[in-house]
Design a binder for this molecule. Sequence first.
Ligand SMILES: C[S@@+](CC[C@H](N)C(=O)[O-])C[C@H]1O[C@@H](n2cnc3c(N)ncnc32)[C@H](O)[C@@H]1O
Length: 248
Amino acid sequence: MERLTRSKLASYLRLLHRHRGEAGGAYDEVAAVYDDFARVWDRHIAAPALAQVTRLIEERVSPGAVVLDAGAGTGERTLAILEHSQPGNVIAFDASAAMLDVAKSKMHDPRVSFVQGDVRHLPFADNTFDMVVCTWVIEIMDDPRAVVQEFIRIIKPGGVVIYAFCSLPEGRVGNVLKYVVAKASSEESPLTHLLSKDERPFHRCEYASLTQFAGGLTTVATVGKCCTVTGKFVACRLHEPEAVLTAG
Ligand SMILES: C[S@@+](CC[C@H](N)C(=O)[O-])C[C@H]1O[C@@H](n2cnc3c(N)ncnc32)[C@H](O)[C@@H]1O
């Protein structure tokens, strides 16, 4: 594993004191060192959650599917989509031009295009994608539910949204962690927000799934076109037999 130098660490830790709303700009500053940190996170904490994301990609991306990697960053999930399925097109979408530049340097596949923009207001028509994959992004948004609802808007009937996020474990462990995080960062840091059970976007129905890993520190959820994740519980809007998922 490449050594994490002090200057790389300092550059990354600056994210601890940025505001969540400016997360895109903040990631421009850390793009050059992001993968060094993501590698540690992916291997030591996020591995089981990412294995679940990979399983879902393998199971749910049909050949020729149109897939959005929302908040693609340096492209690691885009690469996983290409490796574990046969999509027709993948859009790697991110607010940070510098993160996307790193992603571009890793792949030269005509099926992939790179689009800079804001996941809160996606520049895509309703019912465009077969799948949206989004890892470690919604928890840095001011309104994670609205972002997942935006993903639901752009998937086709029968499509699926797969999202992984950092979550706050329940009980005493969660309380201790909340205290430590509050001491280590600003309340609005884009790096350390852990979604509590009350904050997480989800719609409990037979077409959705939610699985926690790493003692509750990471969560992988899926929702379908029928789901509504904003506001109070709403019964599924559509009959969508193909979207039945098995919770892992
Ligand atoms: C923690 S990184 C995750 C990157 C990638 N999904 C992964 O798993 O490695 C968060 C990413 O979200 C992007 N981001 C933050 N706010 C955004 C927004 N409003 N719209 C689009 N992307 C955003 C950042 O630029 C960054 O690339």
